[in-house]
Design a protein around this ligand. Structure first.
Ligand code: C2E
Ligand code: MG
Ligand code: MG
Length: 519
């Protein structure tokens, strides 16, 4: 069942690893396409707007120059100035003097020129004649300010453009809510989408539309391109990105498969190692810091593979924990401790062995009977045993609480291991009745250094004392560390300074010596 779930999860992870990168690449292609095509449409709209603004500026400049000139209308000097202005204004066709709805004279000469019947007044006071009958094919617009008007080609802002033919361009009158100029289909309703903003980008009727408000505030320029253009661009970009994504996907998928196979092979190897008795236990002394006496030892599992390779617990305990094999490994450790140390324990009631338990061990009461059975078989007592549980062992707090209570009821002491390395060690201390707290090596290492966490050891010691927990400091490598902890009243210690993990026979021999030395 467990292996079938494992296989299902592996297939799921491998499929995800394969498909997610190309999918992300496709999304990225669409994002880039939208961004680049919106930027292009915005550039076209801005181009139209700049030309419209420039034209408006030239009209204002030309008419106000004439209005302020003080020259008699249609005098030779006025005609010369109008010609001058028309020649120097790039967007203006002509400048003329208006009388009775017609140009009485202009930069083109003294021939009167009708301005066409339809006219309207803008908010800024200009009078626009949108259809000046010049006889030319291009539609000409006249804008009058004061007594003078300037003529220009109506389509000029949308004509001289780099935009491709399928991009519709236009100038919209915001106040009159109408289209002033358009090249291609432009919808006046797009004004509403602009709202109070300076620019708006949206999709409408299968087109990507950009509307930009002019600085003059009364007009807006618009560019609309077929939305299919965005799709085409997305496909172009995807043609580059998706294969790269697919390669990443294949690599990630291969990594998942390799990882799963490696895990399965470690899992299979652990099972085989259990059958072939390749596991053994080394014992690291636990020392009374005040007297130096060896009062106990921690059982640390080792695996010697058939080819002689020695494998440390960090390489196989996590896999065993994930696959549920840890329960069998713990059973093996308990059995090996009984075999290695049973007789010694029966003869030394004051000496204890500490056994590491995992989360899975804590979730079933079977471990309690198991430990008690081992003690009974060798004639040892509950005081000969201690269990060490890391924070992970307390994750399912209710189950763990019941196991801790059952162990302590039998007289087996319980320690929290690697204290301070998890997320909420403190909350476990509050909710569980424990006997020992093992200060993790990570904090002991900082003693006497200027590491930012060097003050943490002191805080842990104070807290353990408040909670009436006996302390064991782990990973002591220097006499200075030992001295610091001794001064602060830490009861027990463990570390290379006193002894590395060793066969139990060495522990037994040395323990008697240290007892004699301490006496
Ligand atoms: P742990 O329970 O915190 O054990 C202490 C680890 O620190 C041991 O590593 C020990 O060899 C190492 N150590 C002790 N003193 C020193 C020192 O002064 N300096 C340094 N650098 N290291 C020191 P080990 O044996 O590799 O075990 C690693 C972890 O594997 C253990 O950490 C424990 O969590 C786990 N483990 C070991 N045996 C078992 C087992 O039988 N069952 C379970 N569930 N976990 C085990
Ligand atoms: Mg431990
Ligand atoms: Mg530890």
């Amino acid at each position: 069942m467990r292996s079938r779930i494992g296989l299902g999860l592996t297939v799921l992870a491998a499929t995800g690893a394969l498909l997610v990168p190309p999918w992300l690449a496709w999304r990225e292609a669409r994002r880039q396409a939208w961004e680049s095509e919106s930027a292009a449409a915005l550039a076209y709209a801005r181009d139209v707007m700049h030309r419209t603004d420039d034209t408006a500026r030239q009209i204002v400049r030309a008419t106000s120059r004439m209005n302020r000139s003080g020259l008699a209308p249609c005098s030779p000097a006025a005609l010369a100035l109008m010609r001058d202005i028309a020649l120097s204004s790039s967007y203006l066709q002509a400048v003329g003097y208006v009388r009775d709805g017609a140009l009485a004279c202009s930069s083109l000469g003294t021939m009167p020129l009708p301005l066409g019947g339809q006219s309207f007044r803008t908010a800024s006071g200009a009078v626009l004649y949108p259809h000046v009958p010049t006889g030319a094919s291009a539609s000409v617009l006249a804008a009058q300010l004061g007594d003078y008007a300037a003529l220009m080609h109506q389509e000029l802002p949308v004509d001289a453009t780099a935009a491709p033919a399928d991009v519709a361009l236009g100038v919209l009158h915001l106040e009159q809510h109408r289209t002033a100029i358009a090249r291609g289909a432009v919808d006046v309703a797009w004004i509403d989408r602009l709202g109070a903003r300076r620019a708006a980008t949206f999709v409408d009727g299968g087109r990507l539309v950009v509307v930009v408000r002019s600085k003059l505030d009364t007009i807006a320029a618009v560019a609309a391109m077929p939305a299919g253009q965005v799709e085409r661009r997305a496909r172009e970009i995807a043609a580059r990105l998706v294969p790269a994504g697919l390669l990443c996907g294949i690599a990630a998928c291969a990594a998942v498969v390799l990882f799963a196979r490696r895990r399965r092979s470690i899992e299979a190897a652990i099972g085989q190692a259990l059958r072939r008795n390749e596991f053994f236990v080394l014992y690291q002394p636990i020392v009374n810091l005040q007297t130096g006496e060896w009062v106990g030892a921690e059982a640390l599992l080792r695996w010697r593979r058939a080819d002689g390779e020695l494998v440390g617990p960090d390489a196989f305990i996590p896999v065993a924990e994930q696959t549920g094999l840890i329960v069998r490994l713990t059973e093996r450790v308990v059995r090996l401790v009984g075999e290695d140390a049973g007789r010694f324990l029966a003869e030394h009631p004051g000496f204890h062995i500490a056994i590491n338990l995992s989360a899975a061990d804590m979730h079933s009461p079977a471990i309690v009977d198991h430990l008690a059975g081992m003690l009974a078989r060798c004639g040892a007592r509950a005081s000969n045993l201690m269990v060490e549980i890391t924070e992970r062992g307390f994750l399912r707090l209710d189950a763990a609480q019941a196991t801790v209570a059952a162990l302590r009821k039998r007289g087996i002491a319980v320690a929290i291991d690697d204290f301070g390395t998890g997320y909420s060690s403190l909350s476990y201390l509050q909710r569980l009745d424990l006997d020992y707290l093992k200060i993790d090596r990570a904090f002991v290492e900082t003693i006497g250094t200027d590491a930012p966490t060097s003050g943490v050891v002191g805080m842990i010691i104070d807290m353990a004392r408040t909670m009436r927990l006996t302390m064991v400091a782990e990973g002591i490598e220097s006499p200075a560390q030992a001295a610091y902890l001794r001064e602060r009243g830490v009861e027990f210690a463990q570390g290379w300074l006193f002894g590395k993990p060793m066969p139990f026979a060495d522990i037994a021999a040395r323990m008697t010596e240290t007892r004699r030395e301490a006496a």
